[in-house]
Write a protein that binds this ligand. Structure first.
Ligand SMILES: [Mg+2]
Length: 183
């Protein structure tokens, strides 16, 4: 069985870094409440075009400076313990510096994990491939292409403990165990 793990919003805090660049305080209670209920943090932080401009200007340093979430290592460790093939699957977005910087970042952060950089994650879909992602659009496409999905909870809900990381990891383990039984 294969597990494809999204990076931004799941392993690393893209939203916090992008907010900072845009001059948005993601710890402000009103903004944070919006970030928690939004389908995508883009839109709350700013318009795509504007975010594109500031990240492009920051270049590689933006990507290399992304902070890992406090749960990132335990999530990766738990998945690696499930006797599956695990890969990080991340979109490069629109940014020219993104692909090479992401490659450099993850080669250092998780040297044991293959890195698949693509916007078209559904190309990796299949009956024994599970995508863990925080964006419903990615999940919908992956599922439509015949893959299994797990909707990773909103990062701000996890950070504020409105939702439980332990439960999320437990739910993923249950899915994997169920699928493996059928193989
Ligand atoms: Mg994501």
């Amino acid at each position: 069985m294969r597990i494809l793990l999204d990076a931004d919003g799941v392993l690393v805090d893209w939203s916090k870094a992008a907010s900072r660049l845009m001059g948005v305080d993601d710890s402000d209670p009103v903004i944070r409440a919006k970030l928690k209920s939004a389908k995508d943090v883009v839109g709350i932080i700013g318009a795509w075009e504007d975010i594109y401009k500031v990240i492009d200007k920051a270049g590689e340093s933006f990507w290399m400076g992304l902070e890992k979430f406090p749960w990132a290592d335990s999530l990766v460790g738990a998945l690696q313990g499930l006797d599956c093939q695990v890969a990080i699957t991340t979109s490069v977005g629109k940014w020219a510096a993104g692909a090479s910087a992401k490659h450099k970042y993850f080669a250092k952060a998780y040297p044991g994990l293959p890195l698949i950089i693509t916007k078209a994650k559904e190309f990796c879909a299949g009956p024994t491939s599970l995508l863990i992602d925080d964006l419903s659009d990615n999940l919908k496409k992956f599922e439509a292409a015949g893959g299994l999905i797990y909707h990773w909870p909103n990062q701000y809900k996890l950070l504020d403990q409105d939702e439980s990381v332990v439960k999320a990891i437990d739910d993923i383990e249950k899915i994997v165990r169920t699928v493996k039984k059928m193989l």
